[in-house]
Write a protein of this length. Structure first.
Length: 274
């Protein structure tokens, strides 16, 4: 069983609603940072909070540019006194639940920089870490991301170059299903241009080797940091997920290869080794 989670941050101010199916909220928190907070009673599934923390922290351990993640407490008073803290369902509106929620640190302080969810292909030369898209493909194939790869492009004021950060891991492990239906075109970025620099297997390093060689204990350690409220007390189900994830370290290359030879042909610069 996981160890009890130590509370790290508390939400102190609601800033605005965010786009997206989980209906997250940008909130200022007690540590001085801004977080995109996803609530337990979001419209997608309770398990997307587990998915977000597990996949994001594993990507972080592989050395990829992902936001910092925290367990964020949103107290009852703040929910009661913030009209925007509600969830829009198909036929009614309900309040966000108070308690422990998932927080993804906003990639740059809103007062210090700008964030874009799209950059035209002709501007990709202004993204300083575009090669990391190949690394994130490793994580998405490993974790069975059932959604398209999402990225945020940010820069501080007066900077000319952007940095890509990989956000929204809620549909890893097939969202609330915790299964791995591996399809070549799932978990990939919508535009081939971000993969233009891929020349072979070396283009996926060091991230691919870090995943393949990641210690099983490290994966268990990350899973143990997740509050039980986020997986509904179903430790057996979480244990099964982690065991499957550990076993999948050895099939990531096969899954990337299936994407490579798909009709989309995402790596035009690939050079076969003799």
């Amino acid at each position: 069983m996981p160890a009890p989670h130590k509370l790290l941050v508390e939400a102190v101010q609601h800033v605005r609603r965010m786009r997206g199916g989980a209906q997250g909220h940008l909130m200022r928190c007690s540590d001085g940072n801004f977080y995109v907070v996803k609530f337990r009673n979001n419209p997608q599934h309770l398990r997307v909070l587990t998915n977000e923390m597990l996949a994001t922290r594993l990507a972080e351990r592989a050395g990829l540019p992902v936001p910092g993640t925290e367990v964020v407490e949103v107290n009852e008073w703040l929910v009661e006194h913030t009209a925007e803290l509600h969830v829009q369902l198909a036929h009614n509106v309900i309040r966000c639940e108070a308690g422990l929620q998932f927080g993804s640190r906003y990639v740059v302080n809103p007062m210090e920089g700008q964030v874009f969810d799209y950059i035209p292909a002709e501007m990709l030369d202004r993204v300083r870490n575009v090669e990391a898209f190949a690394g994130m493909l490793v994580i998405d194939k490993w974790t069975g991301n059932a959604n398209g790869r999402q990225a945020a492009f940010w820069r501080k004021l007066r900077e000319k170059k952007y940095t890509a950060a990989f956000i929204d891991q809620g549909y890893c492990f097939n969202a609330g299903e915790w299964t791995f239906p591996d399809y070549p075109l799932r978990g990939v970025y919508a535009r081939n241009e971000v993969y233009a620099g891929v020349r072979g297997w070396h283009s996926f390093e060091p991230w691919l080797s870090r995943v393949e060689q990641m210690e099983a204990d490290e994966v268990w350690r990350v899973a143990g940091e997740i509050p039980p409220e986020w997986w509904g007390g179903e430790w057996d189900e979480l244990e099964k997920l982690v065991r499957t994830l550990i076993a999948r370290r050895g099939v990531v290359r096969k899954l990337i290869e299936a994407f490579r030879v798909s009709p989309r042909r995402p790596f035009p610069g690939w050079v076969e080794q003799a």
